[in-house]
Design a protein around this ligand. Structure first.
Ligand SMILES: [Mg+2]
Length: 261
């Protein structure tokens, strides 16, 4: 089913590899098949909280071996975007968790908290489960002063067993409302994370197949950089919506196992 010119897969995780803690199919067998076909793999997630190393551990727990360079998160994409404009050492006010702060430090940036937010030259917001009034107030003050405003990912919610709860998009919307300024968003559906994935793979867009379960994030992101795209029906988006999607999706499969069979 996968065209012969494809050399790598850029895989979304939630809804493609697992749903919550439940794997979708026999992941060890699926990845053995991917290796047998000689396909390289990069995992691409809008999650900004976890570090690549934490995803490597999670994948290992599902029987999938990989290295940390193979994981790109919206935090990494955001740090990469910021590094295109600001040199190492630039002080950045970060509202987020470990994954986001580590991504900035790995690019050589100085990470500021609320106490010294004042001297920031850029603001980056991701999900922060310890969010509070002061953190949001400092972000709004900086953005209103014209300090460049970045966000890890636009997801308004994320799924839990009890339903959808506020995601990064919900939190930064407070700063948008207070400032009238929209952030530069790194995660899917924007191109930054896909650009980073292609750079890690050393491939051109035409050689990597983007695989996801969500049309408006995974597929839109893949199409934004010109990658061929495959939608799997094991997650959020349904077949009817997929068939109606423009531009047309290259492949639609029930799940990852049947895509790589
Ligand atoms: Mg997904």
């Amino acid at each position: 089913m996968i065209p012969a010119n494809i050399k790598a897969l850029i895989l979304d995780m939630d809804g493609v590899l697992w749903r919550g803690d439940q794997p979708i199919g026999d992941l060890a067998a699926i990845f053995a098949r991917i290796a047998e076909r000689g396909l390289k793999v990069v995992f691409a997630t809008n999650n900004s909280v976890r570090t690549p190393e934490q995803f490597v551990e999670r994948l290992r727990g599902f029987g999938v071996g990989c290295e940390s360079w193979q994981v790109v998160t919206s935090s990494l994409a955001a740090a990469d975007l910021i590094s295109r404009r600001f040199p190492p050492g630039t002080p950045i006010y970060a509202v987020g968790e470990t994954g986001l702060k580590q991504a900035l430090r790995d690019k050589g940036f100085e990470v500021l908290g609320v106490e010294d937010a004042e001297k920031a030259q850029a603001v980056l917001m991701g999900i922060d489960r310890d969010i509070n009034f002061q953190k949001l107030a400092e972000a709004a003050l900086l953005v209103r002063r014209g300090i460049p405003f970045y966000a890890s990912n636009p997801d308004k919610t994320f799924p839990t067993p009890r339903g959808e709860i506020p995601g990064a998009g919900s939190w930064y919307s407070i700063v948008v409302t207070a400032s009238g300024i929209e952030p530069i968003v790194a995660g899917k559906p924007g191109p930054a994370m896909m650009e980073l994935a292609l750079q890690r793979l050393g491939l051109s867009a035409a050689e990597a197949l983007v695989v996801g379960d969500r049309l408006e994030t995974d597929i839109a992101a893949g199409q934004s950089v010109g990658c061929p795209c495959a939608l799997v029906l094991s997650g959020v988006s349904q077949k009817d919506e997929a068939r109606a999607w423009q531009p047309k999706i290259d492949l639609i499969a029930p799940d990852l196992a049947s895509l790589v069979a």
